[in-house]
Design a protein around this ligand. Sequence first.
Ligand code: HDE
Length: 721
Amino acid sequence: MAVKKKSEKESVEPTNEKRAKLEAYTDDAQGQPLRTNTGAAINDDQNTLKAGERGPSLLEDFIFREKIMHFDHERIPERVVHARGSGAHGVFKLYESLSEFTKAGFLNDTEIETPVFVRFSTVAGSRGSTDLARDVRGFAVRFYTQEGNFDLVGNNMPVFFIQDAIKFPDLIHAVKPEPDNEIPQAASAHDTFWDFISLTPESAHMIMWLMSDRAIPRSLRMMEGFGVHTFRLVNAQGVASFVKFHWKPLLGVHAVAWDEAQNISGKDPDFHRRDLWDCIESGAFPEWELGVQIVPEEDEFKYDFDLLDSTKIIPEELVPVQRIGKLTLNRNPDNFFAETEQIAFHLGHIVPGIDFTNDPLLQGRLFSYTDTQLLRLGGPNFHQLPINKPIVPVYNNQRDGFSRQNIDSGKTSYSPNSLGNNYPSQVKKADGGYTSYPERIDARKVRARSDSFRDHFSQARLFFNSQSDPEKDHIVQAFSFELGKVKTIAVRERMLGILSLVDKGLAAQVAVALGLNVPRPPEQPVNHIFGADTDPAAVQPVQVDSSIKKSAALSMAGTIKDSIQTRKIAILAADGVDEKAVAAVKNAIEAEGGVVEIVSSRLGFITGINDQKIQVDDTTLTTASVLFDAVYVPGGSNSIADVEADANAIHFLNEAFKHCKPIAFDLRAVQVLEATYFSKKATLDEGVIIDENLSKLAERFIAAIKLHRFWERERSRKIPA
Ligand code: HDE
């Protein structure tokens, strides 16, 4: 798919297409007078009503008071977690019917295109915080099905920090900015977080994911998604199976480098939001396949982990992921507040054919989401906001309350009634009336955790062992960074103790960075997950020797795709550039769906050696290499001299090298290469491409961009901090 260049979109003269779009944005207001909220036409929106031109303002100015009052009340409480988010509309299309396992209509009929809205988010930061924090990403999908809304409110990591919802406020209080000084924003690298984690061994698996590059995605479009909990599917015969949901991005799973993430946070804190928006605007629609892992009900106790424990995955080697349909995001919201901010997700938004399990984390969430919306959206009628309305008409006997949008007609709002023929009436099972799966429960009422939840380390180890060497290095560096920011030595040491139970080598490497010794392996870590009257010795974590030692699906390294779709490539050029050298690479990249920007030392147009004018998209001052996937320097002696003399351009190249990106030089531009710190032969690798044959150069460059990053560079070459 061809992707539009930024220069096309931002040219001074709007194209017809753009003009039409601009008009569409303001369509409703076209030709309309400005009015107050009660309909009075406004004659002067520029001046308050005053006693004389230089006199005091008058209290009776209802136009002013209404406008300011509304403005004063524009903010609503941000989400207590996942406050920072970006959303988009799209569609879901099923590949093949799943009727063997579920009666849910949208998972049965391959002809249906189900509308969806997706909201991606970070967890810890405030609504205005950076996109590139090291954090879990929310991946919440609403399906507007013909049987009602189904919300799959997941994350980009398949497990969670805690096993029981009652610990959620503790976890979140620990990760949020510390309460005395509200520092740090959108960061887990501080004492309270690691204090809590080091005392909560059940978090060991999740912490490995959080310290991996999954926590710093290259794009929201390049993340996996997971429903996390085990859910239940129920077919038309009432037979149930367990299910885990997955989203697999068609562009592969890719990350940025940590140093890069920190730089992006300054250069463009909206990096992920902008990337999602721009790609949808340009027609390069993000796509994921929906996957399911299905476990027959009789296999509930087959595994050495508990299906109800959200700190565990089902390794794909044990139960393969079956890809059943495709999600395509194809439309940006018209209004961020009305849609992305007001969407109210909830696990309890469910349709016949899908049901819950007793996962204690899932069960707790079933309470929390509606409760939080009541505060955030100001009352019980948030389901009537346009973004929350199901596509099926809704009639019931609920009435009134803050911000009721419906005008409910008729006399009856109770049942049974005879005055309204007892409508709306209940629906038979066979006609789609929701019935809960009649799971047998025969138990004592206890506050306790199942013994089957006591293995906290084997899957953490499985995750670590499944990573490529560069991925392992990044995990070591992430722990070293995060614990290095912790001030309390005892917390650092306790965390090293936990790490030694995951992998001794990992703990030893982090200990070196912290200048500490790994404490003598605690026979068992401190464990606070049981009540005050429980004997701690009787409930220590257990070590399970998992049958699976490695799982390919856990590493991002194996997800490289044969594509450069939507990758952003900078061309560093100045007056006197060889137009042919620009065109050869630019055209080849654009033909494969990559996005090229011309970066120079100033805006406007540069003039090539053959007098061709080339529009500059960005300058070395207004952009940075961290905002691109790769960089190319074309020939043309004057251009080369200018690029070489521009310290920002050389920094651009040095940084691209440091972040392991592909860099291409037209052989005639080798003088620019020589001005970089990595020019020495010893530091060059296959990611640095030099060629005099321009079509060869383009071909080799594209092949390198497909590989995303040359992470090995960090291991074998000297890269300055
Ligand atoms: Fe959430 N979570 N959560 N969470 N969560 C919220 O609901 C909560 C958990 C997730 O884009 C809140 O509307 C509890 C797991 C996403 O609007 C709140 C527990 C997973 C989003 C809430 C969890 C998630 C939320 C805040 C412990 C992955 C953003 C605002 C049991 C499977 C949805 C809101 C959006 C949002 C509670 C754990 C994902 C407070 C009590 C596990 C993606 O209700």
